[in-house]
Design a binder for this molecule. Structure first.
Ligand SMILES: Cc1cc2nc3c(=O)[nH]c(=O)nc-3n(C[C@H](O)[C@H](O)[C@H](O)COP(=O)(O)OP(=O)(O)OC[C@H]3O[C@@H](n4cnc5c(N)ncnc54)[C@H](O)[C@@H]3O)c2cc1C
Length: 381
């Protein structure tokens, strides 16, 4: 086993850190968090430095790098304090469309992704269909050579900024819901689309919306891939998408750890630094162990994917582990900061609010047990 980063990876991470050093974004992120604004200034700097193109194939204007490298870059950005749910790399979204979309759809999506802009909001979850995706009831109905979408999607990330929705709909053809879903890509400014902002406890820089779809008219050519294969098409990149989320988990945990460890080395109480008390050292040690474990699991899963191995089980294990372990690390970091940690002047307070959602979105902790548990028991038979 070789745990060293390649020269290319070292250079990329170094140049990423330089973008953050030059940008000195922390006050800006704080202001964006308070005012609920997307951190456009930081996005611009990262796009200019070429980070939005990573993982998009070269023939489409991107920079080919493996998944492991993409994961390391996303982790490092979050370790530098980059806000969660605002990452500028959309290579998995692009891959969905490059694999299944038509020429026109590819062009639309690529143009936005290369600029670091989220090309589409994913319309998957509905009020009655969260973990139970088979309960989705949004329909795509064919009428007079057109397709009409009707339904109510919820928790749509960046529905205010993304130019399109990739919407999963029932086609009304098959009894088995999983064999009935089709994907349509349509503009968010289509007549019949209305959005309503959700008031979240964190991730204020990235808006999350309800989306109401009232007879939204689409062309038949807005279908992405094959009719009734939408669910299986969507699952193609779910594992990789989860790894990117896990990279954010590890990065946010590192960010909180660095800040808390520095504070422990300086903060004086009872005539000593608090870092000299063993109870504080124990926290620092356990936080560090969790960060190492998270990185090892995540990098191994990314490496396996890059080498063509299945990560069906790994991706669920890493998602469950890093989402919980990252929260534990951030929570302990907040504890080390004492009262300051509980104020919005402290970056750890933002990380604490923002990271919590990773135990819920893109498959909850419990659903990760559901997906990995069955496979592990089957493997043991
Ligand atoms: C900030 C944010 C951004 C999001 N972005 C998007 C997006 O862009 N597009 C999109 O489509 N969705 C998005 N989601 C939705 C997200 O994927 C869902 O919230 C998630 O899948 C859980 O669904 P739910 O909220 O309906 O919870 P439910 O499925 O109702 O679950 C509630 C609780 O019951 C548990 N539970 C459910 N079923 C089982 C079971 N079989 N066994 C054990 N426990 C179970 C869950 O684990 C959970 O603890 C986002 C959510 C958030 C919070």
């Amino acid at each position: 086993m070789d745990f060293r980063k390649t020269e290319e990876q070292e250079l990329l991470l170094e140049s990423l850190r330089t973008v953050f050093e030059r940008g000195n974004f922390e006050d800006y992120f704080k202001e964006c968090d308070e005012t609920h604004q997307f951190p456009d200034k930081a996005v611009e700097a990262l796009v200019e430095a070429g980070f939005s193109t990573l993982g998009i194939p070269e023939e489409f204007g991107g920079t080919s790098v493996d998944i492991l490298t993409q994961v390391m870059v996303a982790e490092e950005a979050h370790a530098q304090g980059y806000p969660s749910l605002c990452w500028i790399n959309y290579s998995t979204e692009v891959d969905d469309i490059l694999t299944f979309g038509n020429e026109e759809q590819r062009e639309k999506v690529l143009a936005y992704a290369l600029e670091g802009r989220k090309p589409f909001t994913l319309g998957f979850t509905e009020p009655q269909a969260g973990s139970d995706s088979a309960a989705m009831s949004t329909t795509a109905t064919k009428r007079d050579g057109k397709v009409y979408i009707n339904g109510h999607k919820t928790f749509n990330t960046s529905a205010d900024r993304a130019p399109f929705m990739l919407c999963v709909c029932r086609s009304g053809v098959n009894e088995n819901p999983y064999k009935d879903f089709s994907m349509y890509l349509f503009p968010m400014d289509s007549p019949g689309v209305t959005i309503e902002k959700l008031d979240k406890i964190g991730n204020h820089m990235c808006g999350t919306y309800e989306v109401y779809l009232d007879d939204v008219e689409c062309e038949e050519s807005d279908l992405v891939g094959e009719e009734c294969k939408g669910f299986y098409q969507l699952m193609k990149n779910f594992e990789v998408e989860r790894l990117t989320l896990c990279a954010a988990n590890v990065g946010m945990a590192r960010c909180a750890y660095d800040e808390a460890a520095r504070y422990a080395a300086q903060r004086m109480q009872f005539g000593k630094t608090i870092g000299s008390f063993q109870l504080v050292q124990e926290k620092i040690v356990d936080m560090r162990i969790k960060i190492e474990n998270m990185q090892n699991m995540l990098y191994k899963a990314a490496w396996k994917k890059d080498h063509g191995e299945s990560i069906m089980v790994d991706s669920s294990l890493v998602k469950r582990y890093t989402s919980r372990a990252a929260f534990e690390v951030i929570d302990e970091a907040l504890q080390i900061m004492g009262g300051i940690g509980y104020t919005n002047d402290c970056r750890i307070a933002r990380l604490w609010r923002d990271q919590r959602v990773y135990r819920i979105m893109a498959g909850t902790d419990e659903i990760m047990v559901h997906t990995a548990g069955r496979a592990l028991v089957k493997e043991a038979r």
